[in-house]
Structures are given as C-alpha cells and as structure tokens.
Design a protein around this ligand. Structure first.
Ligand code: ATP
Ligand code: SF4
Ligand code: MG
Length: 319
C-alpha cells in the first residue's frame, strides 16, 4: 500500500467561455519518505493537481473525478471539517509566497502556538515548548519566537512556514515552488532544510519546481506534466538519462545543466495549447517534431518503458 495514491484526478476551471481542462486523468504514487518532483512548463497544471489533493482550489474549480488515498484510506469525498484536519495532519502544502501569509501584527511564535492549540488541541505550555523545538528544527534561534514577521528575512519567514507545515507531523509535504521567491543562496539553504526534515521525519514529499537540477539532486522519482496531463513518470535517474517522451526530452534539452548548478531554462519552441480548447489526441502534437499518424486523433496510453518508468506517447507502442 502506497503512502499516497492518486487515480484519474481531473479538475477543471469554469470560465464564461467554457472549462479550462487544467488537470486531467492524473495518476501519481508516493511512498513513505520518498520525494517526487513534479515538473513541466508554466500552466501545465502542477499547482492545480497539488491543490486538488487537499481541495484548496479557487471557487470556479470543479474536481470532476479522481480517487485520492492516503495509506489506503480514500479521502476524495472528505467534507470541509475532515479536509481541514487532513491539511494539517496528513498533507501540508508550502507555497511559493507562503512567507507573506504570516500575520504581520502577531508574533511569529504565537502563530505557530495557535495552530498547535487548534489542530493538536495542545495546552498553551506544551504548544510553546513544541514551537521552540520546531524553531530549532528549522534552524532558527528559539529565542526569536517573540519577534514579528518584519524582523525576519524572507528566508527565515519561509522557514517559519515550513515549521508551521510540519508542526502537526504530516505524512506528506507538498512544496509548490517553495523557494522561488528567495534569492539563490537562500533557495539552496531552504531546500537543504526541507531535505533534512524529509529524512528526519520520514515524510513523503512532492516538490513542484521549474528547476530540474533540484529534482536531480533531491527527488527519487519525477513526474512530467504537460497541458494538464502526466506524460512521463519514473525514477529520476532513468527519466533524466533516458527520457522516453519527446516533451521530456525537449524539457531536458531546454535545461542544459541538470547535474551542475542552476541554469535559467530556455523555452521550448512553440507554446502549450489553450486548455479551454485543447487539441485532440496527444496534447503535445502541435509542437512535436516526431508526430506520426494517430498523434492528432488518439490519446496515447501509458506504456511501461522499463520497471517503474512510464510514458504516454504513440511512438512507444511501436518500438
Ligand atoms: P506555474 O508553473 O506557472 O505555476 P502550473 O503548472 O502550476 O503553472 P496551474 O496554475 O495549475 O499551472 O494552471 C493550469 C491551467 O489552469 C492554466 O492554463 C491556468 O491558466 C489555468 N487556471 C489556473 N487557475 C485558474 C482559475 N482560477 N480559473 C481559470 N483558469 C485557471
Ligand atoms: Fe509526439 Fe505523437 Fe508522441 Fe505526442 S504521441 S509526443 S505527438 S510522437
Ligand atoms: Mg504553479
């Protein structure tokens, strides 16, 4: 039984013009203590997929289908009360600009204490001790619990958000570009911290990022998303060394230095399709240099390229 199993997750956004098919038939698996990188160009549906897991979606979103199980327990039909519990104790999310979500007029430590009192029903004294312990875990001097957010740097505020995310010992942490708003040095430190916590607390982690080198360095497996669909998934090494889907190959080619230090990604020629009216067949076909007969008509199904390495492309059935 996997820690997290997502089957056929489908979420659309309703607009006047119709439905934006942002996340379609997404399947994901995450094991205990494992890190999964979720990558893909902007607007490919990464955030939508992550938010759909805990139903933190905008009002115009509709989760059309999908089964989400944590350790075998189906949470797809959980109601708001249960979802609130799940968001603290089972799947916590750290957002890109999360540090700006701290209340500017309340002491930083008090905000964590309050969360522990509400969600863990901890008495005040115990919650204060736990907050100091959490500060230590995220490498901030516990004496600073009485300070206000403006006295903290961006990196420290993001560490506080990480402390808040792990406060109730969630089984899974999702980082949605958790370091993008920080400068490069601080990004590396915050990522190292996340990695340390994942190992210490044996959490599963889904890391959404544009930075393939971060995935190469920290993630056991990777899932590549394009235009609302997962097109390839597998152990990071296999996918990066032997990408099976033309889109993954293009993504890797646009990111020339996976093993070295950070590079700015170049763009892949062409644009992703408009998800209000996506093309029939393979959604990559308008940009694919290897297009063949069925590509513009028929959805490719996932094929196992090697153990645990799947990709959805018509070329694969022909090899
Ligand atoms: P990025 O890398 O830029 O964060 P992403 O992969 O996280 O992108 P999403 O934010 O999930 O992508 O967006 C997927 C698609 O859904 C995009 O086409 C986006 O424009 C659309 N979308 C997102 N939120 C809404 C909304 N509230 N209403 C309508 N469309 C939306
Ligand atoms: Fe290219 Fe066809 Fe494969 Fe899509 S299914 S990636 S269009 S070859
Ligand atoms: Mg996003």
């Amino acid at each position: 039984m996997s820690l997290l199993e997502v089957e056929n997750l489908t979420t659309y956004y309703k607009l006047k013009e119709g439905y934006v098919r942002a996340c379609e038939n997404v399947n994901l698996k995450l094991e205990k203590g494992e890190a999964l990188g979720l990558v893909g160009e902007s607007a490919s549906g990464k955030t939508t997929a992550a938010l759909s897991l805990v139903k933190l979606l905008p009002d115009n979103a509709e989760v059309r289908a999908g089964k989400i199980s944590i350790e075998g327990r189906d949470i797809s039909r959980a109601m708001e009360d249960e979802l609130r519990r799940i968001r603290w104790k089972e799947i916590a999310i750290i957002f890109q600009g999360a540090m700006n979500a701290l209340n500017p007029v309340r002491r930083v430590g008090d905000q964590i204490v309050e969360a522990l009192r509400i969600h863990e029903k901890m008495p005040e004294k115990e919650a204060c001790l736990r907050t100091a312990e959490l500060f230590e875990q995220v490498e901030i001097d516990p004496d600073r619990v009485r300070e206000y957010p403006h006295e903290f740097s961006g990196g420290m505020r993001q560490r506080v958000m990480i402390a808040m995310a792990v406060a109730c010992n969630p089984k899974i942490v999702i980082g949605d570009e958790p370091t993008t708003a920080l400068d490069v040095m601080v990004q590396a430190q915050v990522l190292q911290l996340l990695e340390k916590l994942r190992r210490e607390l044996q959490m599963g982690m889904i890391l959404i990022t544009h930075d393939l080198s971060v995935v190469g360095e920290t993630c056991d497996r990777v899932a590549v998303m394009y235009a609302g669909r997962i097109v390839e998934t597998g152990p990071t090494e296999k996918v990066f060394e032997n990408p099976a889907h033309p889109y993954t190959r293009a993504l890797i080619a646009a990111f020339p230095n996976i093993e070295g230090k950070r590079y700015l990604a170049q763009s892949i020629p062409g644009n992703p399709p408009n998800l209000l009216n996506p093309p029939a067949g393979c959604r990559f076909h308008e940009r694919c240099s290897q297009i063949i007969g069925p590509c513009s008509e028929k959805d490719p199904t996932a094929v196992e390229v090697s153990t645990g390495h799947m990709a959805s492309c018509h070329l694969l059935g022909r090899l």
